[in-house]
Design a protein around this ligand. Sequence first.
Ligand code: MG
Length: 269
Amino acid sequence: MRIARFTTGDEPSYGVVTGEVDQFGQPADDSVIVALAGDPLYVGIKLLEQEHKLADVRLLAPTLPRSKVVGIGRNYRAHAAELGNEVPDEPLMFIKPNTSVVGPGDPISYPAQTSELHFEGELAIVIGRICRDVPPEKATDVIHGYTIGNDVTARDLQRKDGQFTRAKGFDSFCPLGPWIETDLDPQTFADGVSIQTYLNGDLKQDGSTKDLIFDIPTLVAHVTSVMTLLPGDVILTGTPEGVGPMEIGDEVEVSIAGIGTLTNKVAQR
Ligand code: MG
C-alpha cells in the first residue's frame, strides 16, 4: 500500500495511492488517491468515499517526523571511500531537525553560507510507533514503511565544522516522498533494491541496497538503543557512491525500485 499526504488547496489529508508505477517509479496516468480519515499512524487505515485523480492533488511530505530524522553516515563502502573516509565499525549517527523536511516538488533552498551543495539519494525508514531498545528481530514491528529521502548536504560546511549539524540541518535539506510504501520488508532490501539519483536527467548515483553495510534491523536496533523514536520519525539509511553538486535551477530525482521517484528543484534561498 502506498500512503501519501496531499492537499487540494485545503487542509492536508492522508490517502492511499492506487494503480501501478512504471520502472522509473512514475505512477500511471489514471492513478487515483483515495482519502483516509485522519492520520493512519494513529487511527489506522480508514478509507473515505472520496477520491481524486493523483494528477489533481499536490503531494506533501508523506510523514511529519514527530521528533527527528536520524541520518546514518558512511553506510555504503564505495561512498565512504569517495569522500576519503573509513567505514565505521558501528553505525555513524547524526540528526537532521524535523524542520529540514520538505515534500516532493518543494524547492531545495540553496543557502548563501555554502558553495558546495550535494545531493545524497537514500532509502528512508518511517517509524510507526513509539519505541526504544528494539532488538533487530523486532525491527519490523516498529516500521510503518519506506520512502525516499535526499540527505542534502553543504559539503564545504561539513568539512569546515567537523560535524554535521549545520551542513545537513538547513530548512529544506530533507526532501521526503513521494509516498510511504508499506508492503516492503528488510529482506527485500538485503536482497538488493535499485537506488538511483538523476541530476537534470543524468544518472549520478546507481546503487543497490544490498550494499548497505549495516542493514535495516541493525539500524533500528542501534538508533533505538540510544534514543526513543516517535511515530513518523525517519531513519535515513545512507547514500551510495556518486554524490555531487547541485546548482540553482537543477532538478534532482531519486528513484527506488518498488517505491517511486522523489523530484525536487534547487532554488535560491
Ligand atoms: Mg547521507
